[in-house]
Design a protein around this ligand. Structure first.
Ligand code: SF4
Length: 363
C-alpha cells in the first residue's frame, strides 16, 4: 500500500490554535503559481511511483480554492486512480458545485472541519462557519452519494463544560457520520492561544476535566456503535481511514505541497515551508531512516492503535522479544498502563489517557 498526501496551505482565516503550514491566500494568481509548482511536484513523483492506493488532500483548507483552482488541482491528480480519495472541507468555503466537481474526479471520502457545534466556542477558536453550514454541507455530500465522511471534533476547549461536550457528541452522532477524529485542544507554540496563555489571557482546561472528557468521548462513541480503533479515531461500519492507517502501520506515503513530508523507500522527505523556496525546488531534506528508528516508529504507531502490538509479529520481524528490546515497557504493565491480551500488547483505558508517557520508550 502507498499513499499520497497533498497539502493546500490556503485558509480564509487563521484559527487561534493552529500550527499547521498555512496562510491567508493572496489571491488567484498567487494560488495558481502554487498549484503549478504542486503539479510539477506531483508529476515528478508519478514517474517513479505511478500507483497510489490513497490520496489525501489536506491543509490548510483545500475547499478554500475557487472552482477553477480546484479543477486544476483535481485534474493534476487524475493521473492516479486511488481506492480511497479524501479531501478536507471547511463548511464556510464549500458549495454544492464544488461537491459535484469532487465527485466527478473520484473523491469518495470527505473530512469536515467542524470542531464543535457550540457557536461561542467556534468564535473563540476563530472558526468561521455556523451549524447550518455544517448540516447543509453534510446533506450536499450525502445527496451526491459521498457518505464516507469524517468529522473533526476538538474537546477541552477553554471554559468548555462536560455538558457542552456531551451536546457536541450527541449532535455528531445524530448526523450519522461513519468516522470521527476527536482531539483535545493542544496549545502549540507560536499560536495565538499560546501568546494569550503567556499573558494569562487564556485558561487551559485542567487535567482531570480533560481526562473526564476523553472518557466521555470514548464511552459515548462506543455506545453509539463506533469502533475506537486509534487513540483519537472512531469508525463505524468498517469505515476506518485507509490513508491514516498507512501512517500508523509505517507504510509508504508521498508528501507533496508546502511543508509536506513523506515516507518512501525507508527515507523521510521534508518539503520547504517557505513559499518562495517551495516554488523553486520543493524538497528541503531527505533523511534516511536507520533500522532502530524504523522499528521505534513502527511499534509506537502500532501501540497508538487499540489493536496493539502483535507480540509474535515482533519476534518474527525483529528476531527478539519486545521486552528484551524495550525492558521499560514492563514497568508500564505493572503501573496498569499496558496489558497483554490475546498475545497483543495494548494500552489500557488509563494507558490511552497517558499514552505519551508510554510512547517515550520509543523516542
Ligand atoms: S482552517 Fe485548519 S489549517 Fe486553516 S487555520 Fe484553521 S485549523 Fe489551521
Amino acid at each position: 500500500m502507498r499513499g499520497l498526501y497533498v497539502h493546500i496551505p490556503f485558509c480564509d482565516a487563521i484559527c487561534h490554535y493552529c500550527d499547521f503550514v498555512k496562510h491567508v491566500s493572496k489571491g488567484h494568481d498567487h494560488n495558481m503559481r502554487y498549484l503549478e509548482a504542486l503539479k510539477k511536484e506531483i508529476q515528478s513523483y508519478y514517474k517513479k511511483y505511478p500507483q497510489v492506493d490513497t490520496i489525501y488532500i489536506g491543509g490548510g483548507t483545500p475547499s478554500a480554492l475557487n472552482h477553477d483552482e480546484l479543477t486544476f488541482l483535481l485534474e493534476a491528480l487524475s493521473i492516479y486512480q486511488p481506492t480511497e480519495y479524501t479531501i478536507e472541507v471547511n463548511p464556510e468555503s464549500y458549495d454544492h458545485k464544488k461537491g459535484i466537481l469532487m465527485k466527478a474526479y473520484g473523491v469518495n471520502r470527505v473530512s469536515l472541519g467542524v470542531q464543535t457545534f457550540n457557536q461561542k466556542h467556534l468564535e473563540r477558536l476563530n472558526r468561521k462557519h455556523t451549524n447550518t453550514m455544517v448540516f447543509d454541507t453534510i446533506a450536499s455530500f450525502k445527496s451526491l452519494g459521498i457518505t464516507n465522511l469524517n468529522v473533526d471534533l476538538i474537546y477541552a476547549l477553554e471554559h468548555q463544560t462536560v455538558e457542552e461536550l456531551q451536546h457536541d457528541i450527541d449532535t455528531l452522532i445524530s448526523l450519522d457520520i461513519p468516522h470521527v477524529s476527536a482531539y483535545s485542544l493542544i496549545i502549540e507554540e507560536k499560536t495565538f492561544f499560546s501568546h494569550q496563555l503567556k499573558r494569562n489571557k487564556f485558561v487551559k482546561t485542567d487535567e482531570d476535566t480533560e481526562a473526564t472528557m476523553y472518557d466521555l468521548v470514548m464511552d459515548r462513541f462506543k455506545d453509539a456503535g463506533y469502533d475506537h480503533y486509534e487513540i483519537s479515531n472512531f469508525s463505524r461500519d468498517g469505515k476506518t481511514s485507509l490513508h491514516n492507517t498507512l501512517y500508523w502501520t509505517l507504510q509508504e506515503y508521498i508528501g507533496v505541497g508546502l511543508g509536506a513530508h513523506g515516507f518512501i523507500d525507508n527515507t523521510r522527505t521534508y518539503n520547504h515551508k517557505a513559499m518562495s523556496k517551495y516554488i523553486v525546488d520543493p524538497l528541503k531534506e531527505v533523511i534516511e531512516q536507520d533500522e532502530a528508528t524504523l522499528r521505534n516508529d513502527h511499534l509506537l504507531f502500532k501501540l497508538r492503535m487499540t489493536q496493539g502490538i502483535d507480540l509474535n509479529m515482533v519476534k518474527s520481524k525483529y528476531n527478539d522479544d519486545i521486552f528484551n528490546l524495550y525492558p521499560s515497557l514492563l514497568r508500564f504493565i505493572d503501573d496498569g498502563l499496558l496489558v497483554i491480551e490475546d498475545n497483543h500488547l495494548k494500552l489500557t483505558r488509563r494507558g490511552l489517557q497517558l499514552g505519551n508517557l508510554v510512547f517515550m520508550v520509543f523516542i
